[in-house]
Design a protein around this ligand. Structure first.
Ligand SMILES: *Cc1c(COP(=O)(O)O)cnc(C)c1O
Length: 614
């Protein structure tokens, strides 16, 4: 698994003088975006968790880029004017922990090149293309097994040409270390060493195949390095349009899901599932699960405070885990029911024959906090379960307020945050939540199949001796087994976990706050249209989550949900009927990879339908 990438961006770009005197080459724009930002986005989409950029000339431009993307780390080469690219790479080396992708900053390229390297069975692979006729080619010569032996800008010095160097390479940490050592050895005679030189030297000197560098050639590869004005012209007029076309052809037809989960996903999340088969008991897959769990924990609380336990299943599985595993015998549970999911909690508690009571409340009016607090105390309850965001209607419950009250009274709190997590910022310590459930297919924007329970460490520890009421969904067993073995007890949904890993990478880039803002922008589009069309919303605006909106169906007899659904479907939108039995509503969710412009387009469809039945 490739987790890191290094971009070498220290150079002066002296052949583009007018443009790059006060700006690094990577910030030249093509298609309205800096070329290095294209690269950063393609790397994250290819599953890279962290990008290290080696900077030098005008490094403040990269500092600004690193502010925009949390997962970019910078390593400045203070001697960039006296060293070559290898000097910059050596500055990045201490931040590299394993196999990684290495790129030059002044490249535009088709993202397929990244997939080819990531997918290659070789650990050290250099990407090559057929002839580009760019006038600035670096030719590669390989041995009979396809391993790099030499490179040169002058083809006559090579006995054979096996491709042109693109500037994208996959390397093992060990190979990088050898390159750095080679560079140090030649500080005196080659102070301006380019990284290719160190690569060729290490590859040709290496006695075993494991540290040789394989050349992987894509004959008709769309890419361009931008070193001078003629390259820039070639890049903008022919290469960039070709890259856009290639990538578009490979994209998946877009269907925007306006149902409340599973939510719309990005193509990169879909594609993350397409990878080599792996037995989930391999150490490598254990590391994927461990990373997923620890990153999820960081989204739910302070570092070191939360344990996330993964299960194969939908969100309801996580709810059932909590109700069956987090309540000891002799406990008394109060459940708030103000929608379908609160009712589901009660149903699960009844299946397990727990001692519980239900506090029923309106599905669309705010919960009476004082009444719940009084009931908790009067009834001497030890456990409290509530839904953070009632997906039924889009009503937000006052979870932090109630859980803080519980905490002060020694009551354990169990929260279904399935449709709140990763859109609303939650800190389980701050908000006094002991156990919390969510799933891979809602706001985190992954695929269906992974359920997770977040646990405050000390609350989890207490469940160690609780009765085991079921087998598959037992929290402590699952936690303890994973802690010891880095495996789940039973077969995990392997591909859904790869997709979840990618979804986490993308959530970190957007940030949960940023995601909530985007969701809110979509919601505003919807609310504006709903009001303009004279439709009514079930929940008062101030108590709406901005994630799901329940809209009262028009009273016109010619209105038909099915007709509206079918029209929307024709326009690639999927909508879902309401869930409340006492009010005829339809629901529009705006969670998932949805852009405000798409919500606006849906609003046009809604308007068209309503005009047609007037
Ligand atoms: C989606 C959802 C669930 C889980 O439903 P599944 O059908 O099991 O995926 C649980 N609680 C809430 C609040 C939800 O929105």
């Amino acid at each position: 698994m490739i987790r890191q990438a290094v971009i070498m961006a220290g150079g002066l770009g002296s052949r583009l003088k007018g443009r790059t005197e006060a700006m690094p080459k990577g910030f030249i724009e093509i298609g309205g975006k800096a070329i290095v930002e294209w690269s950063v986005q393609k790397l994250f989409a290819a599953g890279v968790e962290e990008i290290i950029i080696g900077t030098g000339h005008c490094s403040e431009w990269y500092e600004r880029l690193a502010e925009k993307y949390q997962c970019i780390k910078l390593a400045r080469n203070d001697r960039y004017a006296e060293t070559g690219s290898m000097g910059t790479l050596a500055c990045c080396a201490p931040l590299v922990h394993g196999d990684f992708l290495l790129l030059e900053s002044d490249l535009i390229y088709d993202s397929i090149g990244l997939s080819v390297l990531v997918n290659s069975v070789e650990t050290n692979v250099i990407l090559a293309s057929g002839p580009t006729k760019s006038g600035d080619e670096v030719y590669l010569q390989t041995d009979d097994n396809g391993y790099l032996v030499r490179h040169s800008k002058n083809s006559s010095t090579l006995t054979r040409i096996d491709g042109e160097l693109v500037g994208i390479t996959k390397l093992a940490k060990k190979t990088l270390d050898s390159m750095v050592a080679y560079c140090l050895d030649h500080q005196k005679d080659q102070p301006k060493m380019e990284y290719e030189t160190a690569m060729s030297a290490v590859s040709s000197a290496s006695p075993d195949a494991a540290s040789k560098i394989h050349v992987e050639k894509i004959e008709h590869y769309a890419w361009r390095e931008i070193d001078d004005e003629s390259h820039l012209e070639m890049a903008s007029s022919t290469v960039y349009p070709l890259i856009v076309e290639n990538e578009k052809v490979r994209s998946v037809r877009r269907e925007v899901l306006l149902n409340p989960g599973p939510a719309t996903t990005t193509d990169s999340v879909k594609m993350a599932q397409v990878c080599a088969d792996i037995c989930p008991r391999e150490k490598e897959f254990g590391q994927v699960m461990e990373w997923v769990a620890s990153e999820l924990s960081l989204m739910a609380g302070a570092p070191g405070r939360i344990e996330t336990v993964l299960f194969g299943g939908s969100g309801t599985a996580a709810d059932e885990v909590m109700i069956s595993s987090c309540i000891p015998d002799g406990a008394k549970l109060l459940i708030v029911d103000n929608g379908a999911y609160g009712a589901r909690f009660a149903k699960i508690a009844s299946v397990y024959k727990l001692d519980f009571e239900v506090h029923s409340s309106s599905g669309y009016l705010p919960l009476d906090v004082a009444a719940v607090q009084k009931k908790l105390i009067d009834g001497a309850f030890t456990h409290f379960a509530i839904v953070y965001h009632e997906t039924t209607t889009g009503l937000l419950n006052p979870v932090p307020e109630l859980c803080r009250f519980c905490h002060a009274h020694g009551i354990t709190t169990i929260v279904d945050a399935v449709s709140a997590f990763a859109a609303i910022t939650i800190d389980m310590d701050r908000d006094c939540i002991d156990f919390m459930a969510s799933t891979s297919n809602k706001n985190i924007q992954g695929m269906a199949g992974v359920a997770f329970v977040f646990c405050r460490k000390e609350a989890l520890e207490k469940t160690r001796l609780y009765p085991m009421r079921n087998y598959y969904l037992n929290l402590w067993d699952q936690y303890e087994y994973f802690r010891k073995t880095k495996q789940t007890r039973f077969t995990p949904p392997v591909q859904a976990l790869y997709a979840l890993r990618q979804a986490i990478i993308e959530t970190k880039i957007e940030t949960i706050e940023g995601r909530y803002e985007r969701y809110t922008a979509c919601w505003k589009e919807l609310v504006q249209t709903v009001k303009k069309l004279g439709l009514e919303m079930l929940v008062p605006e101030a108590h709406q989550s901005h994630l799901i909106t329940a809209i009262v169906e028009p009273s016109t007899p010619s209105y038909s949900f099915d007709a509206l659904h079918d029209l929307a479907r024709k326009h690639q939108f999927t909508i879902y009927p309401g869930k409340l039995s006492d009010a005829n509503t339809f629901r529009i969710a705006n969670i998932g990879d949805i852009k405000p412009a798409e919500m606006k387009r849906f609003c046009g469809v809604l308007e068209q339908y309503l005009h047609s039945i007037r």
